[in-house]
Write a protein that binds this ligand. Structure first.
Ligand code: WTA
Length: 632
């Protein structure tokens, strides 16, 4: 098992060791897993390529390490607690032995329909246990999974399926969300009608049993395929650098890109970080409220906890169903020890009042985690006082889809915490702040762009099908450094606070959204001439979406606004719908025709008095109109 840090001294020694001799450090951690053939070199890297390899020529299987490796010691221990949307339904407790069997059956089912090593399988499912089973089954046979968040539209799903040339889609019939059942299969049907030419089979998990349209050629029920399969399936021997999964995420430009993670490094880092960041102890019940459609769910619901032999909870529902006490009632019901959620959820529940958490016994909670966006001071204190009762350290964990695992965070009970500060780097992680010319800023009390100086095992290897894009986005801004896209500051004792994106990515309720993506969707409306989208501070969501739209439409009424929202919903999904739409006659542009987003951001953020120099604009006159019509 990977090392668990015991105290501050231990953290400091490990950190020093990891910087002085990164290869020696990671070799030790990686060797705690089962390798079918040992690796012969720890790391090979060059950020110019980029070419990053960890645990070279080692052969292993991550599903074997999540499951088989634990059978001798914890076959009957619960691996996954599945808590249903409807609290009157029973929770499911799946032991390591049962999970192993289910994964093997599913893996055999996938093989039966012709899925082979290297094939891509797209998941479009709610938070049902079959989602975790399915991704582990892919990993077992060497198929590459790509989970698409089930809130995305048919178009967004089709884009991802096409980019990955997926052979199979696995979905559910319906998604239970609070009081509603939302159709999932119809979205897949729509995506299949649009394109998805690479797809041979659609596997449908029966969740509610509601009506679905059926195509005998492509559709197959999960239970028909899986139930009769053998519960044994040997884990495929995989190279450490074989692809484990593709996860699409938004960037500054163009369509979402497929971030690629590979097996050996991801396995080592997610297990190591899970055990340390949550200080998970034998018998603890750990709950991360994320959706497996995002990286947090991949690394800290499925892989990290299972690699560490933990009991991990999956929650099907929403925080406000049947009422705003649901999270806390689940913590009480299952005696949750580590609770990991997003600031947006904390703020939303804080707004419902202190009485909700007060109704429940939360004394089992030892660690409170936060992830996905900066946590504001008010939310931090509320979380500390009303959920942790001052006894559970808050770990504000900073990381990204691309980093694979948590990079900067306090370690509970080991390092100190400070509101809004992610604080300290994990062992093996070397963050630096640079100025816009790439000069490294030394010392404390500084502000700059957050970069990482040396490779770590779970870092992005490429963007699927487009290696140049990976190089341009992450490795070209500054020589020999990975650029995160975030701005950060260091306090006078060296703790790091991540302020937010410095590129055209916005973070809405912890979901990453490219402004260009939203603009492209808005521009699909036939009467939209041009649009520009920026983020603005939003009390609950962290950032809201503000769209400036130039249109030929004469009637600038709510019907037209609704049409625009419908287009965005159709192209991306409801999570990308603008909160505010301002119709304008012009957008501020530089002489080279680039939109000056800085100005738009300031106007949307009620900071229009401070626009700075606008004399270089091609059309400075439009600024007064923009200010006059601002929806603030
Ligand atoms: C932001 C989520 C401040 C950041 C795991 C990053 C944070 C982006 C924090 C990645 C945090 C994540 N404090 N900002 N603790 N955690 N972010 O890929 O801007 O969905 O670049 O990964 O979220 O979002 P992603």
């Amino acid at each position: 098992m990977t090392t668990q840090i015991k105290d501050l001294e231990h953290y400091k020694t490990m950190y020093d060791e990891s910087v002085k001799d990164p290869e020696g450090f990671w070799k030790k951690e990686a060797e705690t897993f089962t390798w079918f053939k040992p690796f012969d070199k720890v790391c090979e890297w060059d950020f110019q390529g980029p070419n990053i390899k960890w645990f070279l020529n080692g052969k292993t299987n991550i599903s074997y390490n999540c499951l088989d490796r634990h059978l001798a010691t914890r076959a009957d221990q619960t691996a996954i607690i599945w808590e249903p949307n409807d609290p009157s339904f029973p929770a499911r407790h799946i032991s390591y032995k049962e999970l192993h069997e289910e994964v093997c059956k599913c893996a055999n089912g996938l093989k039966f329909i012709g899925v082979e090593k290297g094939d891509r399988v797209v998941f479009y499912m709610p938070m049902v246990a079959e989602l975790a089973i399915g991704v582990l089954a892919c990993a077992r046979i060497g198929a590459i999974h790509s989970v698409v968040f089930a809130g995305f539209s048919a178009q967004a799903l089709a884009d991802r399926v096409d980019d990955a040339s997926a052979k199979v889609i696995i979905c559910s019939d319906y998604n239970r969300r609070g009081a509603k059942n939302i159709s999932v299969k119809t979205v897949v049907d729509d995506a299949m009608d649009k394109s998805c030419n690479s797809v041979e089979k659609v596997i449908v998990q029966k969740n509610t049993g509601g009506h679905v349209d059926w195509s005998d050629d492509t559709d197959i029920w999960w239970h028909d395929l899986v139930e009769e399969q053998s519960a044994e399936c040997e884990a495929e021997e995989m190279d450490s650098e074989d692809m484990l999964f593709i996860l699409y995420t938004s960037g500054s430009t163009g369509k979402p890109k497929g971030v690629v993670h590979t097996i050996g490094g991801y396995m080592t880092y997610t297990c190591f970080s899970f055990k340390n960041v949550f200080q998970y102890k034998e018998g603890d019940i750990y709950w991360c409220t994320a959706d497996i459609g995002w990286i947090t769910g991949h690394s800290y619901i499925v892989y990290g906890p299972l690699l560490a032999g933990a009991t991990t909870m999956m929650f099907e529902g929403v925080p406000t169903f049947p009422d705003a006490g649901r999270f806390w009632s689940i913590c009480e019901k299952h005696k949750v020890n580590q609770f990991y959620t997003a600031p947006t959820a904390i703020r939303a529940l804080m707004a419902k009042g202190d009485d909700w958490p007060a109704k429940y016994d939360l004394s089992s909670i030892k660690v409170l985690g936060s992830v996905g966006e900066p946590i504001n001071e008010e939310a931090w204190h509320w979380y500390d006082k009303h959920i942790g009762k001052g006894n559970a350290p808050i770990i504000d964990t900073w990381w990204q889809t691309e980093t694979g695992g948590i990079m900067i965070t306090p370690l509970p009970g080991i390092t100190d915490t400070k509101p809004t500060y992610a604080s300290y780097p994990m062992p093996g992680i070397q963050p630096v702040l640079v100025d816009s010319d790439g000069n490294v800023l030394e010392g404390n009390d500084i502000e700059g762009l957050l970069c990482i100086k040396y490779p770590w095992p779970s870092m992005i290897r490429t963007t699927y099908g487009d290696h140049e894009r990976c190089k341009n986005v992450y490795f070209s801004a500054f020589k020999d450094m990975y650029f995160t896209g975030d701005g950060a500051r260091k306090d006078n004792e060296g703790r790091i606070r991540v302020i937010g994106r410095v590129d055209d990515v916005i973070n809405v309720s912890g979901h990453r959204m490219g402004t260009a993506e939203v603009e492209n969707a808005i521009n699909e409306h036939p009467n939209v001439v041009e649009s520009a989208v920026v983020g603005y501070p939003h009390d609950i969501k962290g950032q809201g979406i503000y769209a400036y739209v130039i249109t030929q439409n004469k009637d600038l009424d709510d019907t037209f606004k609704k049409e625009i929202l419908d287009v965005v919903r159709r192209e991306i999904g409801p999570i990308a719908k603008p909160d505010k739409i301002q119709f304008v006659s012009g957008l501020p542009k530089t002489r080279s025709g680039k939109i000056m987003r800085r100005i738009l951001r300031k106007i949307a953020s009620k900071d229009a008095e401070n626009l700075g120099d606008i004399s270089t604009l091609l059309n400075p006159d439009c600024v007064e109109d923009l200010k006059a019509g601002a929806l603030v």
